[in-house]
Design a protein around this ligand. Structure first.
Ligand code: ADP
Length: 402
């Protein structure tokens, strides 16, 4: 019998993901994605117990129109859903200076999320559209909307990790610091690793690698994140699909002064035209890069730099573990599905006691969970991330507190 379902909404910059979760057995009753918002041929794919569906819903579709379709058509087809939703969890990328934890949404929180948009201009405004639309469509559930933030996981990082070496006032007055991103995923992985190792999460020292289009590494000591590769914004750190990750800031001055590029052009270059796409000159998609690794020099160098940077971060983060590292974990589209990347990265970490098991590495893909290390190695796990489930757990926690 259906009862007490949680709706999880992830209203992103160019897509909208939704899922309806039964918190009792933590299974998804229904889930889907609207893709190509604001482009031609916007379409929705969704899956329920009954079937899988795909439907074109027009062109130049906005977030609001997409949500109308999801609620008025998909949820109505599954008419039991609406009656049984007891809480709604909204993914919000940035909590800014003031919001530390998941929180019940009200006007004040909406204003604070709006304020934090300066740090996540592509994401927070889209997240807010979802929140406002749901409040308008379901006034009866207005006190059951919870915002879950990617930045919360990093709130307890020490100052040595989150401060930049620029005059202190920039932190004090303007909140410029490392905020991190992908926190919901890294936090989910922490708890799942604790379950797999049969330990309490706050006894764990682990390094988690979320490798997708966006990519980040986090160092977690005694269950608390003590450093992470993303910074003020998700541009810092690893090489990503189209983002540069770490560069010498002087490159920006060079582009501006010597190449007469505008700040807008430089921003666009570093966010949308760099990373794997910029280096390979062809694609940000790992499926393509993997196929061409041995035949295209640029594809090879792009992948090699991607791996080099990850192993460099992992090695650096071992120095924060106070002498004990329980596991390295890979997740995200690339981490979960590309054995050849995992084997390149781990091959650079033998000094730290990590050795891959070739057959297990090939087997654990496509949504499977498991370890891929040989017996004499420290543990290396593959864990598919499940941000929706993490959001639904937080939502249940918060709404049952009120
Ligand atoms: P995000 O959520 O950050 O948009 P994902 O976690 O979905 O990204 O990861 C997208 C990346 O994962 C892409 O580079 C894609 O090519 C890669 N990827 C996903 N599945 C596979 C696969 N089976 N084989 C190779 N690469 C894959």
């Amino acid at each position: 019998m259906l009862k007490n379902l949680i709706l999880v909404l992830n209203c992103g910059s160019s897509s909208l993901k939704f899922s309806v979760i039964n918190p009792k057995n933590e299974k998804k009753y229904l889930f889907g994605t609207v893709e190509r918002l604001f482009l031609s041929d916007t379409y929705v794919t969704w899956e329920s117990k009954k079937n899988k569906y795909k439907k074109n819903i027009g062109s130049n579709i906005s977030h609001e129109q997409a949500l109308d379709f999801v609620i008025d058509h998909i949820f109505l087809l599954e008419e039991k859903i609406l009656k049984n939703i007891v809480g709604i969890g909204h993914r919000v990328v940035h909590g800014g200076k003031k919001i530390k934890n998941s929180i019940l949404i009200n006007d004040k929180i909406i204003n604070l999320i709006e304020e934090a948009s300066i740090f996540a201009p592509l994401h927070n405004p889209a997240n807010l559209i979802g929140i406002k639309k749901i409040l308008q469509k379901y006034p009866i559930l207005s006190k059951k909307n919870v915002a879950v933030f990617d930045t919360s996981f990093y709130q307890n990082m020490p100052k040595v990790s989150f401060l930049y070496a620029i005059p202190y006032d920039f932190f004090k007055k303007y909140g410029i610091r490392r905020y991190g991103a992908h926190g919901i995923s890294h936090c989910y992985i922490l708890h799942k690793t604790a379950f797999l190792l049969q330990k309490s999460f706050n006894q764990l020292n682990i390094i988690t690698c979320h490798l997708g289009n966006g990519a980040s590494v986090s160092a977690i000591r005694n269950g608390i994140c003590v450093d992470t590769s993303m910074g003020l914004t998700p541009l810092e750190g690893l090489v990503m699909g189209t983002r540069s990750g770490d560069i010498d800031p002087s490159i920006i001055f060079f582009m501006y002064k010597q190449l007469n590029m505008s700040i807008h052009q430089i921003e666009e270059l570093l966010i949308k035209k760099s990373g794997l796409l910029g280096l390979s000159g062809i694609s940000s998609d790992f499926r393509y890069l993997e196929k061409n690794y041995n035949i295209n020099e640029k594809a090879k160098i792009a992948v090699d730099i991607f791996c080099h940077r990850i192993s460099k971060y992992i090695s650096a983060y071992t120095s924060l573990m106070h002498g004990r590292l329980d596991a390295i974990i890979f997740t995200g589209g690339i981490g979960e599905n590309v054995p050849f990347i995992r084997s390149i990265i781990i091959s650079k970490l033998s000094l730290l006691g990590f050795f891959i098991h070739s057959e297990k590495n090939l087997l654990i893909c496509n949504g499977k969970t498991g370890n891929i290390n040989i017996k004499t190695s420290r543990p290396i796990f593959i864990i598919p991330t499940n941000e929706d489930l993490a959001i639904s757990r937080e939502t249940i926690n918060i709404i049952s507190l009120v």
